[in-house]
Write a protein that binds this ligand. Structure first.
Ligand SMILES: O=C(O)C(=O)C[C@]1(C(=O)O)C=C[C@@H](O)C=C1
Length: 362
């Protein structure tokens, strides 16, 4: 698949002077809930109302969605507010029902994108549709799998396409529910600049306090839109309560977000913004990596404490210095910087272990 400028046409037809806003509850719960949220969203920048009808949950026994009846509520919301409507489809039956209910935007969830069989089934069921189809990234950080799913829809003659970045599963303890791994979405955008890219801050965050910053990072990286889980009483939501925000919070957020000019005042401004966003992404990665290193150093500290071994290990440290000084030279880092940087790391390690070794056993 090559970049195709026509895949962006559906987005242009909204004639927006701001990024596209898709908002609505994680799950449709009752008719009253769907209509209440729809009417509150009507007075915001929202163009499309989302609601999950069939909810793929990690473990059975949790609320798994209201099913097809929810489509009737969404239809009513559309009639009453003029908002377009969106829901997730995960098989041919879902597609058939969503098309019958004239759902405007269908998205493919992260758990479906991982399976080429499911993606193909959905693509076949949608063949030639003029509905908008948005493909969430797969749960694992695999750009090829994400792109492969986009290609399956493109090959099924679906031209109103876009992707949703919802972050990637990780075993590591991080502040996000799903690791953003921005570089994967940036790479996709580099290859397909006309494929609309929408961020799902709710699933990346897992926590409403982080939603704003994730949206801002996405806008700094030239994303085309945001899809935000929004509920009139978030804490009472039947699913994903911690990450939903109210329509009022959404309204304030879209007012506070800084929208970057795609064609800045000068080529310089635009380029420096783009490069600085990349620097921010790398800086986060460096700090995360250092924090990860210190956690391992802490474990070594515990081990040393149990075995009554000294903190400073000159032989090991000199071996690290020799190896990294040679490596740094190869990758164009000055010897002076490398020495100072490694010294700072070593000092921090020693401080960490010092605390551990001198901690009183309770
Ligand atoms: O290898 C160890 O013994 C460590 O405690 C780790 C570490 C390091 O930061 O890499 C810290 C202190 C020692 O002087 C040597 C190395």
């Amino acid at each position: 698949m090559k970049n195709d400028t026509s895949i962006k046409n559906w987005l242009k037809e909204f004639h927006l002077d701001h990024p596209l806003v898709i908002a609505g509850p994680c799950s449709a719960e009752t008719e009253e809930q769907v209509l209440k949220i729809a009417h509150e969203l009507k007075n915001t920048d929202t163009s499309v109302m989302r609601a999950g009808i069939w909810k793929p949950r990690t473990r059975p026994g949790n609320f798994e969605g209201v099913g097809a009846i929810g489509l009737e509520w969404l239809k009513k919301a559309k009639e009453e507010t003029g908002l377009k409507i969106a829901t997730e489809v995960a098989n041919k039956t879902h597609v058939d029902l969503a098309l019958k209910a004239d759902v405007d935007v269908l998205w493919v969830g992260a758990r479906s994108t991982v399976s080429p069989f499911i993606v193909q089934e959905i693509a076949d069921a949608l063949k030639g549709t003029d509905k908008v189809v948005l493909i969430k990234n797969p749960v694992n950080p695999d750009l090829a799998l994400w792109l492969g799913a986009v290609e399956r829809f493109y090959n099924a003659d679906i031209r109103n396409l876009g992707v949703i970045h919802r972050g990637f599963s990780t075993y590591e303890k991080i502040k996000y529910r799903n690791n953003p791994e921005w570089q994967i979405a940036v790479e996709l955008q580099k290859n397909f600049p006309d494929l609309p890219l929408i961020v799902d801050p709710s699933h990346i965050a897992g926590n409403r306090d982080l939603v704003f910053d994730i949206c801002q990072t996405a806008l700094d990286l030239n994303y085309d839109g945001i899809m935000v889980e929004t509920h009139h009483t978030p804490n009472k939501a039947w699913s994903d309560a911690a990450q939903q925000i109210t329509p009022e919070m959404l309204d304030q957020m879209t007012k506070d977000l800084r929208i970057r000019n795609k064609s800045g005042e000068s080529a310089f401004n635009e380029e420096i913004l783009r490069l600085r966003s990349k620097v921010d992404v790398v800086d986060d990665q460096i700090f995360e990596a250092i924090s990860k290193r210190m956690k391992i150093v802490d474990q070594i500290g515990e081990l040393k404490k149990e075995n009554n071994v000294a903190i400073f290990q000159p032989e090991r440290w000199n071996a690290i210095l020799d190896r990294l000084t040679a490596y740094a030279k190869d990758i164009d880092l000055s010897e002076d910087f490398t020495n100072r940087f490694l010294k700072a790391i070593h000092q921090e390690s020693i401080q960490h272990q010092h605390k551990i070794i001198n901690k009183e056993n309770k």
